[in-house]
Design a protein around this ligand. Structure first.
Ligand SMILES: Nc1ncnc2c1ncn2[C@@H]1O[C@H](COP(=O)(O)OP(=O)(O)O)[C@@H](O)[C@H]1O
Ligand SMILES: [Mg+2]
Length: 296
């Protein structure tokens, strides 16, 4: 299926049926400040684990981000949508960085080339509530033959559907968390920077890479759970998206968020075809190359 680029008239006409968005002024929201930088996190966005003035830990993704212009907007939209659909993901908070923060914590700087560093802008940045703590074990990876150690695998089907709808351009990343000494892990979905066609909101929508991820299996066409979830998506996503777009700070994106809004609503209208195409695409991909065990 080809998804055409939308001209401004098409964007307007597509959005006519939906209520207007009144952006929320970020200064009206309660913001946090950094009190300690604990460590750099692994990963291309060069996030840092920080403690904020509410005493809690956050994984802080900063702006401008080496991964691209809309990464922080994608993170916030992704967190709000995934949580709003009842799926497990960390909550986020706006974290303010000012000149004093940069002076106190030069380690917040991000490496943009072998010789260059870029400092975070003065303004609001994305803080993802840290899932860990002294009483927990956290892992980024769970071998396929360890799925019996997960408390539930029910969330993998809806996240496959979500990533397909949201045109996720990266593998779906999970954090697995358990109480120390406990047997079972809970799964949380993180790293939403490459949703919505990636950090530039690319128009080559539809080439989702969602199902490349280890734990997430491609479902079978006709699985009755798919329809149940898609109905829930249709019920909830318009309202969630409307709210999320109003809340995401304007400085976190460079491209036209109304065009993205229109495209995502269009993808919701076409979601059954998108899902079917994604299932066929990922299954044929794994049939023609090697089929990892456990894939259908
Ligand atoms: N809320 C969170 N709690 C615990 N760990 C997190 C959280 N958010 C991200 N991480 C971890 O921090 C690292 C970097 O985060 P990620 O979102 O994957 O950024 P990147 O885009 O740089 O890959 C990853 O190892 C990820 O598992
Ligand atoms: Mg990552």
């Amino acid at each position: 299926m080809y998804l055409p680029g939308l001209g401004s008239r098409e964007v307007t006409s597509r959005l006519e049926r939906y209520p207007c968005i009144h952006p929320v002024d970020p200064s009206c929201r309660q913001t946090l400040t950094v009190t300690t930088v604990v460590k750099k996190q692994p990963g291309g966005s060069q996030s840092c684990l920080v403690r904020c003035n509410d005493g809690k830990l956050y994984v802080l993704k900063m702006n401008p981000n080496p991964q691209g212009p809309n990464v922080l907007a994608n993170e916030a939209l992704g967190s709000m949508l995934i949580r709003g659909l009842g799926l497990p993901a960390p909550a986020w908070k706006p974290v303010v960085i000012n000149l004093k923060t940069v002076r106190l914590f030069p380690e917040l700087a991000m490496q943009t080339s072998a010789t260059e560093l870029s400092f975070p802008a003065c303004g609001i940045h994305f803080g993802s509530e840290y899932l860990g703590g002294p009483q927990y074990d956290l892992y980024n990876f769970m071998p396929k033959n360890h799925t019996h150690k997960l408390r539930s695998t029910a969330q993998f089907l809806p996240i496959f559907l979500f990533d397909t709808w949201a045109s996720h351009q990266d593998e779906r990343q999970c954090v697995y968390k358990r109480l120390r000494e406990a047997r079972l892990y809970d799964t949380f979905f993180v790293d939403n920077g490459h949703l919505f066609g990636g950090p530039t909101w690319s128009e080559v929508a539809g080439h989702s890479r969602a199902s490349c991820s280890g734990s997430i299996q491609t479902p079978l066409i006709g699985d009755p759970r798919i329809e149940q979830w898609l109905k829930l998506f249709e019920n909830r996503i318009p309202k969630l998206l409307h709210h999320a777009i109003a809340v995401v700070p304007g400085e976190w994106y460079r491209d036209d968020i109304y065009e993205l809004y229109a495209r995502l609503l269009w993808r919701l209208e076409s979601i059954r075809a998108l899902v079917e195409r994604e299932i066929l695409r990922t299954r044929s991909k794994f049939v023609t190359t090697s089929v990892p065990s456990g894939w259908v």
